[in-house]
Ligand binder design. Structure first.
Ligand code: MN
Length: 450
């Protein structure tokens, strides 16, 4: 993964809020999402977050800022920028995803030039009319998600959870050979901000031998990243690890809400079902691999004695740069904290470099049997936990299934989530010599069961 001029740390924008050192959306980020003006009946369309604004790509294209929009068929060959910009009139990112890497990078480069401080003043004046304040915008799910797969790529999460249920053998023998995952439910993926209703279901109380039906008593979050597939692959074909990232569009935040009591009763032998299909939350902004290029690094070293990945999961470039140095944080605010005017408090902070498998390995493995991938398919990493106590990415791990309750600064105690709890994921990437970029937020409040 090579870096280009769009991540040059000296770049500044004429959108002044983008130049704040703590801004999630500086000019080096330029994440894609779907928006319209709040309260309007406009068609949802592609926007790019810049500072506290959204740049309307279709409006820029119509104004001639991204190449001429009115090519006649056969007269001229559409450029990559024009092709990608035209795809931005769509109410999902799928059309832009399908364009592939070269048009996406060309559009990103043109948007960067348009928003840079040294853009021609007359272009800045036109583009200013294509900016919408984020607080005046309604955001939508970024893509039509055809298929959703959630992996289990954190060896620390797998070990911590395994130890609760199988103290003698926390990791199953396949874990270090095969990226474990399950097929999730795409139609219950909701946008950040959507309240999440506590599910009811069958759960077996401790010491009981007969299950009862009722509201989950062990609702949890899972801190994850999601990766959107850009260009797909045909049924019956695989994707090599060397080529896997060329099929990815970008990353978002993902909360895989989980009802642990339902899960522990139902998951054997086929894996999660109703414990996870009631809701999955994702963030509105998709950060492209181009924006993440300065933050690529190897994953944390595997333990001595761990197996070498099988050839289809091994690639020199992926070994050297397959990880992404993204810090993911979980913030929580209870109903009482909200009523008292308290801000959310940070519960955990973990790094995507502590995953055991790279995104490329997950995608290559997914397609290795000939499973087709399509634009807009979503891959979740699985709960991102690290080796330290502060880096546990779900309450199941933090409270050891409720045995060690968590006490919040205001005295509220949690084993699992209670109604009214607000859960917010945040993430950022930073390193010396690069401008910090963020993912915004992925939040949701727990509502009482139906
Ligand atoms: Mn998960």
């Amino acid at each position: 993964m090579t870096t280009d001029h769009t991540v040059d740390p000296t770049l500044q924008s004429w959108v002044s809020s983008a130049n704040d050192a703590r801004a999630d959306f500086p000019i080096q980020n330029l994440p894609f999402g779907i928006f319209r003006r709040a309260g309007s009946r406009e068609s949802p369309r592609v926007g790019v977050a810049i500072g506290d604004r959204i740049l309307d790509i279709s409006a820029c294209f119509a104004a001639g800022l991204l190449g001429a929009p009115d090519l006649n068929d056969g007269d001229d060959i559409e450029t990559n920028v024009q092709r990608a910009a035209r795809a931005c009139a769509s109410p999902t990112l799928n059309a832009l995803m399908q364009c592939g890497g070269a048009p996406r990078r060309a559009l990103r480069s043109a948007i960067s030039a348009l928003l840079a401080s040294d853009a021609p003043v007359n272009q800045q004046q036109i583009a200013e009319h294509a900016l919408v304040a984020q607080h005046d915008a309604e955001l939508f799910l970024p893509a039509q998600i055809g298929d959703y797969t959630d992996f289990y790529a954190s060896v620390h999460h797998a070990s911590n959870v395994g130890a609760l249920f199988r103290p003698d053998s926390p990791l199953l023998p396949n874990y270090k050979w095969v990226p474990i995952g399950y097929h999730g439910r795409s139609s219950s993926i909701v946008l950040s901000g959507t309240p999440v209703q506590r599910p009811s279901g069958q759960r077996l109380a401790v010491g009981e031998s007969v299950p009862t039906v009722g509201p989950s008593r062990a609702l949890d979050y899972e801190v994850e990243l999601g990766a959107f597939v850009g260009t797909g692959s045909a049924l019956g074909t695989s994707i090599s690890l060397a080529n896997a990232e060329a099929h990815l569009f970008g990353l978002c935040l993902l909360n895989d809400w989980s009802a642990r009591d339902i899960q522990s009763w139902e998951y054997q032998p086929l894996g999660p079902f109703l414990a996870k299909n009631f809701a999955t939350s994702i963030s509105p902004w998709v950060v492209t691999l181009e924006a993440l290029a300065p933050f690529r690094a190897p994953l944390a070293a595997r333990a001595d004695g761990d197996p070498t990945p099988l050839p289809y999961l091994d690639d020199a470039n992926d070994r050297a740069h397959g990880g992404v140095a993204i810090t993911v944080e979980l913030w929580m605010r209870t109903a009482r904290m909200r009523a008292d005017g308290n801000d959310p408090v940070r519960i955990s902070s973990s790094s995507a470099l502590d995953l055991y498998w790279t995104l490329g390995q997950m995608l290559a493995h997914h397609a290795s049997g000939g499973c087709n991938m399509r634009a807009g398919d979503l891959l979740g990493t699985g709960t991102i936990s690290g080796p330290s106590a502060e880096s546990r990415g779900c309450l199941l791990e933090i409270t050891r299934r409720g045995a060690d309750p968590l006490t919040l600064p205001n005295g509220d105690v949690r084993r699992f989530l209670e109604d009214g709890d607000e859960v917010v994921l945040r993430a950022f990437a930073e390193r010396e010599g690069a401008v910090r970029i963020g993912f915004g937020e992925c939040g949701g409040v727990v509502l009482a069961a139906e």
